[in-house]
Write a protein that binds this ligand. Structure first.
Ligand SMILES: CC(C)(COP(=O)(O)OP(=O)(O)OC[C@H]1O[C@@H](n2cnc3c(N)ncnc32)[C@H](O)[C@@H]1OP(=O)(O)O)[C@@H](O)C(=O)NCCC(=O)NCCSC(=O)C[C@H](O)C(=O)O
Ligand SMILES: [Mg+2]
Length: 286
């Protein structure tokens, strides 16, 4: 399920230690879930959370939602056992935190084998500098911006416009696009502030992210709306494709729609909008 054709408008973190939240997620309209064993779980609850999570995944019931498990870093006392136990539980991907280099990913794939997709947290300055090689790793299919850790490591101020993080966010999107993999934006911590979340989702969408990581169910609908193509985008894409096909049939390589030229590259973008809309409809269908 953790493939680029799946929608990732909303990617909800759920602490692996919270049975009630693990149950509730089976009915939430989120495109993907990150079952978390790292920062959302206290050190003395890690071993029990691992067992709870393995049981939840084996029990199933998460439908078409992509199931991604964030383990602890392999440098911690829990990471290796997390990787061993969770790869057996059949998730769609393992999310590795605090990645810096390709060799961090190699260390994981030695444990989980060559077939299970890996997502990486992009949350250290070194990971941002190495974003291209991390995204290009053969087993990596998704990048997640870790904006809280990045803010901590950069020592930057938290600003509503995220200006201090902009270079990192853009590097993450560029690396993901170069490797044709998924890129998901960081979390919005003020989880009861819907207007603030909406503005940050719109910014993430403008930057090119596929969706946003979330921490509370109340954030899902806002993110789903912000990262879905709008009706006017879909309608324009359909008109561009129709006009371009008509032009091609009459021997021309360029069409004009609403006073703007439409060339082959615009058709690629238009088709991507329609594919995204279809993927969202497929997600909603039983
Ligand atoms: C933030 C929370 C601690 C708030 O919890 P709570 O006060 O219990 O919220 P509510 O009472 O409003 O909850 C209402 C119901 O929703 C369920 N719930 C809450 N959160 C989730 C969730 N994430 N997934 C599924 N269900 C959830 C509650 O159980 C209630 O259900 P019910 O009782 O049936 O009505 C809490 O939301 C929370 O723990 N969120 C997750 C926090 C987390 O995962 N943090 C780590 C990831 S962020 C990160 O690590 C950043 C990154 O690494 C970086 O560096 O940036
Ligand atoms: Mg983090």
């Amino acid at each position: 399920m953790a493939s680029p054709s799946h929608p990732y408008r909303s990617v909800l973190y759920i602490p692996g230690s919270k049975q009630r939240a693990l149950d509730k997620a089976r009915d939430l309209p989120t495109d993907a879930i990150i079952f978390d064993l790292e920062d959302a779980v206290a050190p003395d609850a890690k071993a029990e959370a691992r067992e709870t999570l393995v049981a939840a995944l084996r029990h199933g019931g998460y439908g078409k939602r992509a199931r991604i498990v964030r383990i602890n870093a392999l440098t911690t006392e829990w990471g290796l056992e997390d990787a061993r136990a969770l790869c057996e539980a059949g998730p769609d991907a393992i999310l590795l935190p605090k990645v810096n280099t390709q060799s961090d990913i190699d260390n994981l794939t030695e444990v989980i084998g060559p077939d299970l997709p890996v997502w990486t947290m992009m949350e250290t300055p070194v990971s941002v500098f190495n974003a291209r090689e991390i995204a290009a790793h053969r087993q990596v299919t998704g990048l997640v911006a870790g904006t809280n850790d990045l803010t901590k490591d950069l020592g930057c101020r938290v600003r509503a416009d995220r200006l201090p993080l902009m270079a990192a966010l853009q590097m993450i999107v560029m690396a993901a696009r170069a490797a044709r993999i998924v890129a998901v934006d960081g979390v919005y911590n003020r989880f009861r502030d819907g207007d603030g979340l909406k503005a940050e989702c719109e910014q993430g969408r403008d930057l090119g992210f596929d969706g946003k990581t979330l921490i509370h169910p109340a954030q899902i609908e806002i993110s789903n709306t912000a990262f879905a193509p709008t009706n006017s985008e879909i309608e324009l894409a359909e008109r561009q494709i129709a006009a371009y096909e008509e032009s091609r049939a009459s021997g021309q390589g360029i069409a004009v729609v609403d006073g703007q030229i439409v060339e082959n590259l615009h058709i690629v973008a238009a088709q991507r909008i329609l594919d995204r809309a279809q993927a969202i409809r497929d997600m909603a269908a039983e």
